[in-house]
Design a protein around this ligand. Structure first.
Ligand SMILES: Nc1ncnc2c1ncn2[C@@H]1O[C@H](COP(=O)(O)OP(=O)(O)OP(=O)(O)O)[C@@H](O)[C@H]1O
Length: 218
């Protein structure tokens, strides 16, 4: 891959909390239009890595470069319990400087969130709040999307909707990085990496990756 051919690149990332060295030289590139999964044991540093990639947390060393706008769906849901779903959309419309809420409402529809538009976030169930968290990360059509277990609390139909939406993003050339705990996800990824001992290592090729390689070989 040439140095130009990436949507996001992490170079030599280090992060410690006190004497606990969590990231020890993380390096990888996310290609345009690919879905990459990152797995790892509890406490391996996956959330820390995503927080560093998103800019929420400052690395002690190393750099992150990305092209285009970033979308970030954090593990900890950040919504204001006093605002309705629609008010969140309007607030983020202003923050993202969007002319319309067309894409946001399309995502709301796809994730079966429409009936909650005028409810305050504070009274929503965990899974419904997570849908709002996801819509807020995607409504500005970011070029690179970082998601930390983005379907927590989703029922099966919404889990499938999540993956359908994600695949559409990639078909349009957007790039997605997903922190995952679900073995079932593995077949959705173009590439899979494991975070271990503070470094990102290549995991065996996934079913989707194998299919793409076969197509490329034909
Ligand atoms: N703000 C913080 N201050 C101190 N230690 C932290 C902080 N954030 C994370 N850690 C520690 O860093 C390590 C990695 O945490 P992190 O949440 O990144 O792991 P994870 O791989 O996402 O875990 P899980 O799979 O359980 O979500 C853990 O030992 C955690 O206790």
């Amino acid at each position: 891959m040439s140095s130009q051919d990436f949507a996001l690149q992490a170079v030599d990332l280090h992060k410690a909390f006190g004497s606990h060295q969590v990231l020890r030289g993380v390096e990888f590139s996310l290609r345009p239009g690919e879905i990459m999964g990152i797995i790892g044991e509890n406490g391996a540093g996956k959330t820390t890595l995503l927080r560093v990639l998103s800019g929420e947390l400052k690395a002690d060393r190393g750099s992150v470069v990305h092209k285009g706008r970033l979308g970030y769906c954090p593990q900890r849901i950040v919504v204001n319990n006093e605002l309705t779903v629609e008010q969140h959309l309007r607030y983020f419309q202003s923050a993202y400087q969007l002319a319309t809420l067309t894409r946001a409402h399309e995502l709301v529809e796809r994730l079966d969130l429409s009936r909650y538009l005028h409810r305050k976030a504070g009274v929503l169930s965990g899974g419904t709040k997570q849908k709002l968290n996801l819509v807020l990360a995607l409504m500005h059509d970011p070029g690179v999307v970082l998601m930390d277990e983005p379907y927590q609390g989703f029922d099966w139909d919404n889990y499938l909707s999540f993956w359908a939406i994600t695949r559409e993003l990639c078909d349009r050339g957007q790039s997605v990085l997903v922190i995952s705990h679900i073995a079932h996800d593995v077949k959705q990824f173009d590439r899979l990496h494991r975070l271990r001992e503070g470094q990102v290592l290549v995991e065996k090729p996934t079913a989707r990756h194998a299919t793409a390689s076969r197509k490329a070989a034909l």
